[in-house]
Design a protein around this ligand. Structure first.
Ligand SMILES: *Cc1c(COP(=O)(O)O)cnc(C)c1O
Length: 227
């Protein structure tokens, strides 16, 4: 496990880099929210970040989040939990119960399931549509050319409020073109939230207008490869 002091100092460095990137592009640093991506990190590894005041966290898996966060929420108030991994429709109920922001709305069946669970529970997580800016077949997300139609369908057919867009650029591409594309689509639809940028590229994402950056390994260290 990564030692607590390293998490604390990594977090301080990332916060500084976020603020610097915002200032470099003449943006208010308060307009960039840092999501600490804590997937695969046990509660003991997360606590130093909580102790340092971090309250926004990202998780990729509903089951893992469900195992870790209810107890941490009893220990620490005001936690904001973000689902950044793919969501299966049959986990929509748990996702709506657990998460404050869902970044990975990307298909009609999921829109229908989320609408049903939102209505049933009365909970209204903030919803972002994932855009597959690189049109990679193995990756989730709506193709850029299909976003306009999908947003209309979310609104008109399912009564969902979509607040922004999210993307994960292809690993081999320079990310800025993808960030620029996502920002342009968001602008066209007057969507306020842009979730883009990870450990390797969050300063570039901030330069292109990110309102939320999702940073994991730069805070918690390299993840163990899956056995
Ligand atoms: C894991 C993950 C991140 C964080 O990645 P790092 O490179 O560790 O910062 C961000 N976004 C998504 C969607 C992820 O799955």
């Amino acid at each position: 496990m990564i030692d607590p002091q390293t998490v604390t100092s990594n977090l301080a460095e990332v916060r500084e880099a976020v603020a610097r990137a915002a200032e470099d592009s003449e943006r208010d640093p308060a307009g960039v929210a840092l999501i600490a991506v804590s997937k695969t990190i046990a509660a003991d590894g997360i606590r130093p970040a909580l102790a340092a005041g971090q309250r926004r966290f990202g998780e990729n898996y509903v089951q893992e989040a469900k195992a870790k966060w209810p107890a941490l929420r009893e220990e620490f108030s005001e936690i904001e939990l973000h689902l950044i991994g793919p969501l299966q429709s049959n986990k929509a109920r748990e996702a709506v119960e657990l998460f404050d922001v869902i970044h990975t709305l990307d298909r009609t069946s999921l829109a229908a399931s989320l609408a049903k669970e939102i209505q049933r529970s009365g909970r209204h997580p903030t919803l972002l549509v994932q855009v597959n800016t690189g049109e990679e077949p193995q990756k989730g997300g709506v193709a850029p050319g299909a976003v306009d139609g999908f947003l209309a369908e979310c609104r008109d057919t399912h009564g969902l409020v979509v607040s922004g867009l999210m993307c994960i650029p292809p690993a081999e591409d320079p990310p800025s073109a993808h960030f620029g594309l996502l920002a342009a689509i968001a602008r066209r639809h007057a969507l306020p939230i842009l979730s883009m940028g990870m450990s390797a590229d969050y300063p570039a994402a901030i330069q292109m207008g990110a309102t939320h950056v999702r940073v994991g390994s730069a805070i918690f260290g390299a993840r163990q490869p899956k056995a």
